[in-house]
Design a protein around this ligand. Structure first.
Ligand code: SF4
Length: 508
């Protein structure tokens, strides 16, 4: 399952490089995105960026989705991944044996044809022949899934398997968990047999092109939209290193074709004709070129008037999972597991702090809500940064715990958003680089506070840390360290808000 190159499709470590005509499913998909990426992956993997916490979390959740999807066809024969020297041959042998023994369902069935080794998530024997079920963690059918399944069909039919149907099983985001997981309802299986068959000549042609390319030198391919489509390429650090700071690619907002400018060798923002840009982009470029800051004092005064004391600065950390872990959850729903709360009873008054971080391995929502109910009065002003996120989390909590709907509703009504003056550019410093994210605003306005040096420095890393915390529940030392890192990160988020608000006051 998934798209990150994995062991199951014969991941090659640099030490065990296979002949250059060897391809796997993920190498083929990589090659469809960019030939240079495929070449580098095969021969210069040292140029690759490290896997990010977010990618790792995606990868881990992919494993879980694959296992749950086996519930679509229970009691199958599992062909395990075998890493030994003769691992591929052994997996092929076990698959062959399962087929000969009359297995009706095989998980991770392994096949090889035309130098390509693949594992099929679920192979099911229907009345007229075999059906491929390729499991995906996404919530809709995408073209790259069809490419993926088309290669599987090519290998299986080439290996002599009579495939009559090919399906993509993806996550049904309308599913709400109630009791035990129901794989039949959690997944939607879409029949893509027709598309897959139509793609067969394309597969043959692409394999030929990829192999021809691999037998030569590194292809000369410049950066392009394909660097992030359909996946973020992990060689960007290498290929994009000639792009300077404040380039056309740092322009915010839609409406400008960055690659068209780049093709005309317009790379720095200062070289962009201003009439191509919208108002906000023009403001960004002019501010960058002139190193200018802009502060609309009247607008800031108006914003500050919307706040009242006592003032509570709130930030949630959440995790999400393709598989709803608890009752009442949908796939990919944000589940709050932590909050930090700074508060001041009066303007410029003493700063108090309180926080919550769930214990690992439990549904964190109720303990979090209970602690918050005890800590936050109903009628106070709550300040967040990007309030739609906090409002969304609170709305889901109100739905899950209707007894507290009234109190939560009042919190929601009283939320204000510190991001507003930055998003509206009432305050714009050229060093924000067009961004209004707290991660960009904080180091410019409050340089003494920084996320640098923290083990966890963004929401994606916090999410991954939470998963690690759950995995480490029997390792008290590791658990304590992760908890400390998470608490430090979330506390900084609300302290950052306190100090940004103070700075806004100073600006006027
Ligand atoms: S960064 Fe872009 S050009 Fe470089 S290998 Fe990846 S997709 Fe290709």
């Amino acid at each position: 399952m998934g798209t990150i190159q994995s062991k199951k499709d014969g991941n090659i470590s640099p030490a065990k490089k296979k002949p250059s005509n060897y391809l796997s499913k993920s190498l083929y998909i990589r090659g469809l995105q960019c030939h240079k990426s495929l070449y580098l992956e095969k021969f210069q993997r040292d140029l690759k960026s490290e896997t990010t916490a977010e990618t790792q979390a995606l990868f881990d959740s992919g494993h879980m989705v694959g296992e749950i999807a086996q519930g679509l066809f229970p009691d199958g024969v599992l062909i395990p991944y075998i890493e030994a020297k003769n691992g591929v041959a052994e997996q092929l042998r076990l698959t062959n044996e399962a087929v000969k023994n009359g297995a009706k369902v095989i998980y991770e069935a392994s096949f090889q044809y035309d130098g390509i080794f693949i594992k099929v998530d679920i192979l099911h024997k229907g009345h007229r022949g075999w059906e491929i079920y390729e499991v995906k963690g996404g919530t809709k059918l995408t073209p790259v899934y069809v490419d993926d399944a088309a290669l599987q069909y090519y290998v299986l039919t080439g290996a002599g398997i009579k495939v009559i149907k090919t399906f993509i099983s993806y996550i049904n985001n309308g599913y709400v968990r109630k009791g035990a997981l129901d794989a039949q309802k959690l997944f939607i299986s879409e029949d893509i047999t027709k598309q897959v068959k139509e793609k067969q000549s394309f597969v043959i042609e692409q394999l030929k092109k990829q192999r021809r390319m691999l037998s030569g030198k590194l292809p000369k391919i410049d950066i392009g939209p394909y660097c992030s489509d359909p996946y973020e390429c992990d060689f960007c650090n290498h290929c994009w290193k000639h792009i300077p700071e404040d380039s056309v690619f740092d322009l915010r907002e839609k409406g400008v074709d960055r690659f068209a400018l780049y093709a005309k060798r317009i790379i720095k923002q200062k070289d962009i004709p201003l009439d191509l840009l919208n108002k906000k982009q023009r403001q960004q470029v002019v501010a960058t070129v002139k190193k200018q800051n802009a502060v609309d004092k009247q607008k800031i005064r108006e914003f500050l008037k919307t706040l009242s004391y006592p003032l509570y600065f709130l930030d949630f950390e959440t995790f999400m999972s393709a598989i709803p872990l608890y009752d009442g959850l949908k796939p990919y729903q944000q589940i709050p597991f932590q909050y930090s709360l700074h508060y001041q009873k009066k303007k410029g008054g003493k700063l108090y702090h309180t926080e919550f971080l769930a214990k690992p391995g439990i549904d964190p929502r109720k303990p979090l809500l209970d602690k918050m109910l005890a800590a936050v009065p109903e009628d106070v002003c709550i300040l967040t940064y990007n309030m739609s996120f906090e409002k969304g989390v609170l709305t889901e909590l109100a739905t899950q715990y209707p007894k507290h709907k009234k109190a939560i509703g009042k919190w929601i009504d009283n939320i204000q958003d510190l991001m507003v003056p930055f998003r509206q550019r009432d305050v714009y410093f050229w060093k924000f680089k067009g961004s209004y994210s707290i991660k960009n605003v904080l180091p410019v306005l409050v340089p003494q506070l920084s996320y640098e040096g923290l083990e966890i420095a963004d929401g994606g890393a916090a999410m991954e840390a939470y998963h690690q915390m759950c995995a480490a529940k029997n390792n008290p030392e590791k658990l304590a360290q992760i908890r400390e890192n998470l608490l430090a990160y979330c506390k900084l988020d609300t302290l950052a808000m306190v100090q940004i608000l103070e700075t806004l006051g100073e600006l006027i």
